[in-house]
Design a protein around this ligand. Structure first.
Ligand code: CDP
Ligand code: CDP
Length: 237
């Protein structure tokens, strides 16, 4: 078993800017669950490598680094925050220089192995919604609650460009679209835990849905699943 019997994990996967973070946060709030952004962990490792002046193409150096850093977590307002050597990098992990390199770092099996262990350990804080690329397929393969969000590439590029502008991070829409496409390709084609629709996952195409509508669909699906299983579970309250 990958998780504690009493703890419920809801897995949300999908490509970049498909709505995973905002929708998962809304679902977690509705259900009173914790929220975990697993992508933030891959980004934090990438940020740390760049801080250390490590060339992320140098797999041996990256692996060496992950064995020397100290990773810890805090649950702040129901959201997991990852610290590296006592430092919480915050929005710095969203900078284009990190985004550019994160898929390279995330393709390293040793990095994934360590982060997956950390991700599973977060069930010690209680029920959670975790979003990423391999949550339903690898991190919590036994959970009955698996979702895969998608949206068309133009919509996703527009969403991401808007987010970057709000964070005062300079980026043009065409560049954002290209970067998303490149990252989705790397994430889908890598051999270690590629982005895929996990077996049994419910696919939600949300190009024309709001965050609230998408979150409502997920919560309704969870409640329906619980009803059918005759179980008082995550969404039954
Ligand atoms: O928010 P956005 O969709 O841009 O990406 P993210 O969720 O922050 O993830 C950043 C990168 O981390 C992805 O492009 C993947 O390369 C990697 N990742 C992964 O490999 N596995 C996960 N479970 C989550 C993220
Ligand atoms: O986590 P991921 O990269 O998959 O996406 P996100 O950061 O949750 O969403 C990217 C942006 O799209 C955010 O600004 C969301 O508010 C927005 N969004 C939206 O407008 N409509 C949706 N159905 C889902 C997300």
């Amino acid at each position: 078993m990958s998780m504690n019997e009493q703890v419920t994990a809801i897995a949300v996967d999908g490509p970049a800017a498909s709505g995973k973070s905002t929708v998962s946060r809304a679902v977690a709030k509705t259900l009173g669950f914790n929220y975990v952004d697993s992508g933030a962990m891959y980004r934090a490792i990438t940020w740390k490598a760049l801080q250390e002046g490590i060339d992320v193409e140098d797999t041996i150096a990256v692996i060496g680094m992950i064995h020397t850093i100290k990773v810890s977590f805090e649950m702040v307002d129901g959201q997991a925050q990852m610290f590296i050597d006592g430092v919480y990098p915050g929005d710095a992990i969203r900078e284009p220089r990190v985004t550019e390199k994160v898929s390279t770092v995330a393709a390293i099996p040793e990095v994934r192995q360590i982060l997956v262990q950390h991700q599973r350990s977060l069930t010690k804080f209680g029920n959670l919604v975790m979003e990423g690329r391999d949550i339903g397929s690898v991190v919590f393969p036994d959970t009955p609650y698996k979702f895969y969000l998608d949206a068309n590439p133009a919509v996703r590029a527009r969403r991401r460009a808007r987010d970057l502008a709000a964070m005062k991070i300079r980026a043009n829409q065409e560049g954002v679209a290209q970067a998303l496409q490149q990252r989705d390709k790397l994430d889908s084609q890598r051999s270690a835990s590629p982005l895929q629709i996990a077996l049994g996952a419910t696919v939600i195409e949300n190009s024309r849905l709001t965050v609230e509508e998408t979150a409502k669909l997920i919560v309704a699906h969870i409640r329906e699943q619980d009803r059918r299983r005759g179980k008082v579970g995550a969404g039954a309250s």
